[in-house]
Design a protein around this ligand. Structure first.
Ligand SMILES: [Zn+2]
Length: 308
């Protein structure tokens, strides 16, 4: 009997697997290393092998895969992090597993994470969800009426690369400048803090370090350090700007922030809301901005959602 769903969240360094029952209850998790050598050619065969080792294929109803790049109609358009060009995941994985009855679906990892939060996390009960995953970069996920928004080119929810900043010219990994990611991700927070340290002569505990993390800036901000506070305030103002624009476009039921930076919790939400309302009033009086709840598991839950 086909009673399991497998969620596969493919990242640049590791592949996370989750085994779920048909109700979406997570039964087991495991990881393998992402082998990006030889243009990422081994990644799918490693995934197939790992699934075969852990689960009897005859018991699998479907496999959902999240990929860190644009995906359109289950086809990966390209994926720089995995060294993949265009890839038909359904056909290739189906061939590797030699079982045509296993349903295979794929989506962009950040879109899938938003779907995961809607399925079993902080956005449960909602149908229209926007999610920002604030890590080294910023992943954007949009679910509209229960469907992940892929757009025409699979780039439908690249919220981290919407341009919000014309002042600093910090370069983005995508090749552009001024992306949300360059001013509101963990990297962006460090970018802003470094700039403030150079421009001002004010004392700050950050000056003790040659390099520091976004977490350090957030911690010092909470302790009252002026430069750190100004940095987080500015970063959250950019995020609020992006959220205001997406809200006035989609009017979503809930906006989530996830990823490492979101661990700072209500402190960030208060700052975001302060600016958000300045930029959305009079059209949006009550926003629902919340912290995501599934952490690193949002991706595998969303992959399981793809097989519903
Ligand atoms: Zn960018």
């Amino acid at each position: 009997m086909r009673r399991y769903i497998i969620g596969v969240d493919v990242g640049g360094t590791s592949v996370k697997f989750g085994k779920f029952n048909l109700e979406g209850v997570l039964l087991e998790k495991w990881n393998i290393r992402t082998d990006r050598s030889e243009n990422g050619e081994n990644i799918l065969s490693n995934i197939a092998e790992s699934i075969k080792l852990m689960v009897d294929l005859k018991e699998i109803k479907g496999i959902g895969i999240g990929v860190p790049g644009p995906v359109k109609d289950n086809i990966v358009v390209h994926c720089v992090n995995l060294n993949w060009g265009r890839k038909d995941l359904v056909q290739e994985l189906s061939f590797l597993l030699q079982d045509k009855d296993i349903m295979i679906r794929a989506g962009n990892d950040a879109n899938v994470a938003a779907a995961g939060e809607m399925y079993k996390g902080a956005a449960r009960g909602y149908n229209t969800v926007v999610m920002y995953t604030l890590g080294t970069g910023i992943g954007g996920g949009i679910v509209l009426n229960g469907e992940m928004m892929e757009g025409v080119n699979g780039a439908g929810a690249e919220l981290g690369h919407t341009i919000v900043d014309f002042r600093h010219n910090f370069p983005c990994n995508c090749g552009k400048k001024g992306c949300l990611e360059t001013v509101a991700s963990a990297t962006g927070i460090v970018n802003l803090a470094k700039e403030k340290l150079i421009r001002s002569k004010l004392r700050s505990p950050l000056r003790r370090f040659e390099t520091f993390s976004a977490k350090k800036v957030i911690d010092y901000a909470k302790e009252g350090d002026y430069i750190s506070k100004q940095t987080i305030e500015e970063a959250m103002r950019y995020l609020a700007l992006a959220m205001a624009n997406i809200s006035l476009t989609l009017d979503p039921e809930i906006i989530l922030i996830g990823g490492g930076v979101s661990h700072a919790g209500p402190y960030l939400i208060d700052l975001i809301e302060k600016y958000f309302y300045q930029m959305t009033n009079p059209f949006i009086k009550q926003a629902n901005i919340q912290i995501a709840s599934l952490g690193n598991d949002a991706g595998i839950y969303g992959c399981a959602y793809l097989i519903q």
